[in-house]
Design a protein around this ligand. Structure first.
Ligand code: ATP
Ligand code: MG
Length: 755
């Protein structure tokens, strides 16, 4: 049960407000998300059918948390409620309605950014546009921007002003044709097409307006124009729209978010009730003062007074590191210390950085010291080659028109079917207007195909037909993947290749099979537990279609068992809405944070400052800020000045000696040294694996001949059993189960004793 007594008077007013538009514009940690959650519970308690409620959050993780929270507040009463991100809500709508849009079918697939790039590049090739002159990424960015503004290729062409935009216009047109031909949507299409669907089909819109009588949107300050249009279409009839947000936390301008959407709410809904929450429940006074002080340097903002009854707390602690290694050493050491002195758990800590590349060194250090950690950073696992290969197989089996998937796997594993064969196939497919998987059945008729290519192509075509049949009959995605791996020879090829890379790939594929197994289990559960005809609160499409959908929408995947305690590593962007007892904000240097791009541009700089406000306000009790005199990033050594944001924090709030340490008895830290050698920050891993090319740890003589099944003892984690070994010798990554928890350790640093 939920209790209105858990809310302050203004929060309570927001929760009890029943009909009509409601705006809550309030600072960080003031309970906006909590109000939204309680409001849903309250509406349901008041007899509103959960089926009539739509709540939109910014990430899948937030949606899941909110669903759970509502679940604990109202129990099974919440059935039928939609808590979703913009994308997942729209996909769900499109899955049942897209056929109202001519030329689209419900079995559509979703292209991620790298698929998108592949299509853009092929369009550019066809249009004879030189990739050196026109960066495909830049073109992709302009197309995405147009879609976020709901501009179709025709509309875009009317505004295309300069030479570059005229080129983009051609690419956009062809790109959109290609996507449609492949029965594919990119991320921006998901929203744009839903808006189009509603605008062109009033009866469909009417149905959803009737369904979603109550709409709630979290983080409204980060909606873009397309999302704004969508919300307003849906809310038009009943006008029961509740939006919450904070203009000071608008941090997605670079992706088309428009803070004006929240600022104009009262114009859009003149009858709106507007509430301001001013009490912060999250942070200590010191932390809140620091945040307020930084953000007050932004001139164009709505003045807010945010206060707290929480205690003053500890001063913020800053650390001047010699370099990035020293910075990560400091963090690992502080974590250890806080665990020892205050009994903190690994879950209490978050490390926040401006760019993903900064995590590598921290990961390295944590790995060495056995600090368990998780990385929240999007689709990294699914970006790996072997995973993308497997997904391409699944996609083409699901949607035989998907040329991008087809191009990816035609010669994977190698079948002697090269690029020129591929081009001929695609040409033939386009001419015949048939799905590419069917086209290759007619290999004999494809013009100019060499005899040498025909035989393997026909064999491949047959194989794919068999697999397609299997995909239709088989309900277990896991079994399907196993068959694909086996029958295509993919698994065998990796098996015979004894290189460590191949081994890592096999490992990832095993992990992939555990993802599918989890999905299959969920599907089975769903089948068994769901009463006939009833819709479950958690949206779920069974089978291959649903699996592919889940994969394309997933924004964060936790590599480790969530039960395992671990430190969270993430960019500040992905920390939005979250809170942690202890936060380390690293890389507080000019050129990093604020980013070098923003230093010359006041608008961008203001956005960086809001980002800093977001970062600081994630902390509940302790905040550490660090910068390095010298840093190697992207393979270059930089000597950066401390971030200007550091200077915007009142000096009396910050100390350089952590009060949890005993008074100093030794000399001050030596001055910075230079010369850290060459490092390479390419390809980071989101799964806590150790990249052996990076870091050059000192090799010491010693034997590291461990094997799977062996029992060992670790100084900190105690006794365990080895369950996997990746690589060999001193650098082998050993996975060990200690009391039900898996840790991955590097042989050299783990200092294991055999028992
Ligand atoms: P952000 O702007 O970062 O998204 P928010 O405004 O959404 O923050 P919440 O995350 O809802 O804030 O709340 C911040 C913290 O304060 C949470 O731990 C929440 O449980 C707590 N909190 C909010 N309101 C109250 C209250 N009335 N009494 C006690 N705790 C509260
Ligand atoms: Mg929130």
């Amino acid at each position: 049960m939920y209790r209105l007594d858990d809310l302050n008077p203004v929060q309570r007013q927001a929760v009890e407000h029943r009909d009509g538009p409601l705006l809550i514009l309030a600072g960080a940690g003031s309970g906006k998300t909590r109000v939204l959650t309680y409001r849903i519970a309250h509406l349901i308690a008041q007899g509103i059918d959960p089926w009539n409620i739509l709540a939109i959050t910014f990430t899948n993780k937030a949606a899941q948390e909110m669903r759970e929270r509502v679940g604990t507040l109202v129990g099974s009463e919440g059935r039928g409620l939609w808590v979703a991100t913009f994308h997942s809500a729209c996909v769900r709508i499109l899955r049942s309605e897209i056929e109202h849009l001519p030329g689209y079918s419900r079995s559509f697939v979703i292209y991620d950014s790298s698929d998108q790039q592949a299509v853009i590049k092929s369009c550019m090739k066809e249009l004879n546009l030189d990739e050196k002159k026109f960066a495909p990424r830049a073109i992709g960015g302009v197309i995405s921007d147009a879609k976020n503004k709901l501009q179709s290729p025709e509309e875009f062409s009317q505004r295309a002003a300069d030479y570059f935009e005229q080129k983009v216009e051609k690419v956009y047109e062809l790109y959109q044709k290609r996507l449609k031909g492949n029965n594919a949507l990119d991320f921006d299409d998901i929203i744009m097409l839903t808006v189009r669907l509603f605008r062109e089909n009033p009866e469909v819109l009417a149905y959803y307006q009737e369904k979603f009588r109550y709409i709630l949107v979290d983080e409204y300050q980060d909606t873009n124009h397309a999302q704004y249009a969508l919300v307003n279409l849906l809310a038009k009839k009943y006008r029961n729209l509740c939006v919450v947000g904070d203009d000071d936390q608008s941090i997605y301008m670079f992706r088309g978010a428009d803070v004006q959407n929240i600022l104009d709410f009262e114009r859009d809904y003149p009858e709106a009730k507007v509430l301001k929450l001013e009490q912060n429940y999250r942070s200590t006074k010191h932390i809140l003062d620091a945040a307020n002080s930084v953000v007050s340097n932004n001139t164009e903002r709505k003045e807010k007074s945010l206060w707290t009854e929480n205690e003053e707390g500890n001063p913020l602690v800053y650390y001047v590191a010699e370099n990035e290694h020293d910075e990560s050493r400091y963090i690992a050491e502080r974590i250890q210390r806080l665990r020892d002195v205050e009994g903190r758990k690994f879950n209490d800590f978050a490390i926040l950085y401006r760019t993903n590349a900064q995590s590598r060194v921290i990961e390295e250090r944590f790995m060495k010291q056995g600090v368990p950690y998780r990385i929240f950073s999007g689709l990294k696992f699914y970006e790996r080659m072997e995973i993308k290969d497997m997904l391409a197989y699944l996609r083409i089996l699901h949607n035989p028109s998907d040329q991008v998937a087809f191009s990816r796997i035609l010669n994977v594993p190698k079948r002697g079917l090269g690029n020129s064969t591929l081009e001929k196939i695609i040409e033939y497919t386009e001419e015949q207007g048939m799905p590419v998987l069917d086209a290759i059945m007619e290999a004999d008729y494809i013009p100019d195909l060499t005899t040498r290519a025909k035989k393997p192509l026909l064999a491949f075509a047959d194989l794919m037909q068999e697999l397609k049949q299997l995909a239709l009959e088989e309900s277990s995605v896991t079994h399907l993947v196993e068959e694909v791996l086996k029958r295509t020879g993919y698994w065998e090829q990796l098996k015979t290749d004894k290189s460590p890379e191949a081994e890592a790939r096999l490992e990832n594929l095993r992990e992939f099979l555990s993802v599918t197994a989890e999905y299959d289990e969920k599907a089975l559960d769903q089948d068994e537990n769901l009463p006939e005809g009833e819709e479950d609160e958690e949206y779920f499409t069974p089978g291959l279609a649903g699996f592919l959908e889940q994969v394309s929408l997933v924004a964060e995947i936790d590599a480790l068992d969530p039960a395992e305690e671990s430190v969270a590593l993430m960019t500040i962007h992905s920390a939005k809405g979250l809170e942690f007892p202890v936060v380390f904000l690293v890389g507080m240097e000019e050129g990093i944070f604020p980013s070098s791009r923003s230093m010359m541009d006041p608008t961008l700089l203001a956005e960086e400052r809001r980002l800093c406000y977001v970062a600081i306000t994630r902390a509940r009790e302790r905040l550490y800020l660090s910068y390095a005199d010298q840093r190697m990033l992207y393979g270059r050594t930089q000597y950066n000045r401390p971030s200007e944001f550091m200077e915007e924090i009142p000096p009396q709030l910050m100390v350089d000696r952590d009060p949890i340490d005993p008074p100093p008895t030794r000399m001050k830290k030596p001055q910075p040294q230079t010369g850290m050698g060459n490092r390479n920050f390419g390809g980071r891993s989101s799964w806590g694996t150790w990249d052996k090319e990076i870091g050059n740890p000192v090799k010491e003589p010693g034997t590291f001949d461990y094997h799977v099944g062996e029992k060992v003892e670790h100084a900190k984690f105690g006794k365990g059993i080895i369950v996997a070994i990746k690589g060999e010798g001193s650098q082998a990554e050993i996975s060990i189960v200690f009391g039900g928890q898996i840790k991955k350790l590097i042989a050299e640093y783990a200092k294991l004793t055999k028992i």
